[in-house]
Design a protein around this ligand. Structure first.
Ligand SMILES: *Cc1c(COP(=O)(O)O)cnc(C)c1O
Length: 499
């Protein structure tokens, strides 16, 4: 039996009964064994589980039902944009012409896929107000690295070698400072102002001849739009630095704000967030990067190009020597890119604008419903997400945000992001997305309000939550630092994957 509670099932290995599963696996040709060098043959049979088909199916379906997913319920995980992923996208991504295309297929037989990728590059450039887009990066984080490597190449190409710093606000996602470090820069953290926006004075003080770039998330990770972005970018450019826009929150501003037009030199798109793709398990995603005029020569290669005669092709190796090179194999995570294309085409320009408006409306509605029960540290209209906090509840009852999040599971909801951004104590970052009904939003608000009442009336109920799950509170630090994920075989058998 696995580590935890009685409601978890035995592993598939423990269900195995000798002789139950074989018979359907075709036997290898007679001489197959002889062709394997003696030293590399197994001495004992592999410990593969032996079960009949219904047992296998039930095992995995039952395990799958232990998961919480967007397909089973509301998932307001701020910053992650866990919106509904239209099933139409799944159909499109599985079309055999896309799904079965060999990654090394010559351009002549890959015209359909190349056209889709080219049109996606164009659509993203239009949405972001950028000059051109690369689809290669595998996720937002790799998009950031791609963008900052291009910034580095730009300064170097001008012989400007003194720029060693990247400025990042203290509300930023952890990937921003990580990116700056990986690209060899020193991260300078700039504090936020009391209203949650960038502290303009602090930013100006930090800007200088050593600044290579600033990385800004707009709207910020507090869900607030940076209204003085024009002023800020003018200052950035005045000192010769470039401006990077973390586009993870693009789903709040489509059709209303184009980062390129506002003066950003480079941005990434988290297409698995903004344009939908299931990403709860950590991927795969895609993080295309858009650039303005200055960074155009440095885009990763190969780009997808359209010839004057309407044919599509991949850039040839060495065709653009200023390129920073390849960031990922082939053309990137093409299945995710097909989903993004399907989403964009299904909505169209006005539809995407409506997506953003609905996401903003849903977040403001929820914020309004929770005000009075939870602290709302930045009480001005938010974009697609907002911060609520349990500071007052903690003071009055000892119940913390973590307890509330765990109790939400008993009430049937996935908790929001908690303790992020780091600058708000007892923070919950709530992002409902545009895809949820009014009834769902109300049910979630009712649950959070009920939990606040429980915190006062029966604090132990909240403190010891969750009560209704197969496992209770896990030691999250141990789970992250000393994960024990390896099943050990029964005596006399060999593990299928030897150490
Ligand atoms: C999600 C996110 C990232 C990182 O993007 P991934 O696609 O997860 O690598 C960066 N910044 C912000 C604000 C984000 O929400």
């Amino acid at each position: 039996m696995s580590v935890i509670g009685e409601r978890l099932q035995p592993t598939i290995f423990e269900r195995s009964r000798p002789g139950r599963g074989d018979g359907k696996i075709p036997h290898p040709p007679k001489d197959a064994l002889e062709r394997i060098p003696a030293g590399q043959r197994r001495s004992r049979p592999a410990a593969l589980p032996e079960l009949n088909e219904p047992e296998v199916v039930r095992h995995y379906v039952n395990l799958g039902q232990l998961n919480y997913a967007v397909d089973t319920g509301f998932y307001p995980l701020g910053s992650c944009t866990m919106k509904w992923n239209p099933k139409l996208n799944e159909w499109a991504a599985r079309l055999p012409g896309f799904a079965n295309l060999h990654p090394l297929a010559p351009d002549e037989v890959a015209q359909g896929t190349l056209q889709l990728l080219w049109e996606l590059q164009e659509a993203l450039a239009e949405i972001g107000g950028m000059r051109a887009v690369t689809l290669q990066p595998a996720a937002g984080a790799q998009g950031e690295l791609t963008g900052i490597l291009m910034v580095r190449a730009y300064h170097r190409s001008r012989g400007d070698l003194e720029r060693t710093e990247v400025l990042v606000p203290d509300s930023s996602h952890g990937t921003n400072p990580a990116t700056a470090s990986m690209a060899g820069f020193r991260t300078v953290t700039v504090p936020s102002a009391a209203d949650g926006g960038v502290d303009l004075d602090a930013f100006r003080a930090a800007l200088g001849p050593r600044t290579a770039a600033v990385m800004i998330t707009n709207p910020s990770t507090l869900g607030l739009f940076e209204a003085r972005i024009g002023e800020l970018l003018a200052d950035v450019h005045a000192v010769g630095a470039l401006a990077y826009m973390d586009g993870a929150n693009l789903n709040a501003i489509m059709g209303h704000f184009k980062p390129g037009e506002a003066g950003f030199d480079v941005m990434h798109f988290n297409v698995h967030k903004t344009f939908s793709t299931p990403h709860g398990g950590g991927g795969p995603g895609a993080g295309p990067v858009g650039v303005g005029e200055k960074l155009l020569p440095f885009l990763p290669s190969p780009r997808v190009l359209r010839e004057p005669d309407g044919r599509y092709r991949l850039e040839r190796p060495g065709e653009r020597p200023t390129s920073i090179g390849r960031m990922r194999s082939f053309v990137g995570n093409s299945g995710v890119l097909v989903r993004a294309y399907a989403y964009i085409r299904a909505h169209g320009g006005s539809g995407l604008r409506e997506v953003s408006e609905d996401a903003v409306l849903a977040a403001n509605y929820l914020k309004h419903r929770l005000a009075g029960t939870y602290d709302i540290p930045y009480d001005r209209p938010c974009k697609h997400e907002f911060v609520a906090a349990a500071q007052t509840i903690r003071k009055e009852t000892g119940i913390r945000t973590l307890d509330i999040a765990k109790r939400l599971i008993d009430h049937g909801f996935h908790p929001p992001t908690i303790y992020f951004p780091l600058i708000v104590e007892e923070a919950m970052l709530i992002e409902p997305t545009e895809t949820e009904s009014l009834e769902t939003l109300d049910a979630f608000a009712d649950a959070l309000i009920a939990i606040a009442a429980e915190a006062h009336a029966t604090p132990e109920l909240v403190h010891d939550a969750p009560h209704a799950t197969p496992v209770r509170r896990l030691d999250e630090a141990a789970a992250a630092r000393q994960p024990n994920l390896r099943w050990r075989p029964m005596a006399g058998l060999e593990t299928p994957c030897p150490d």
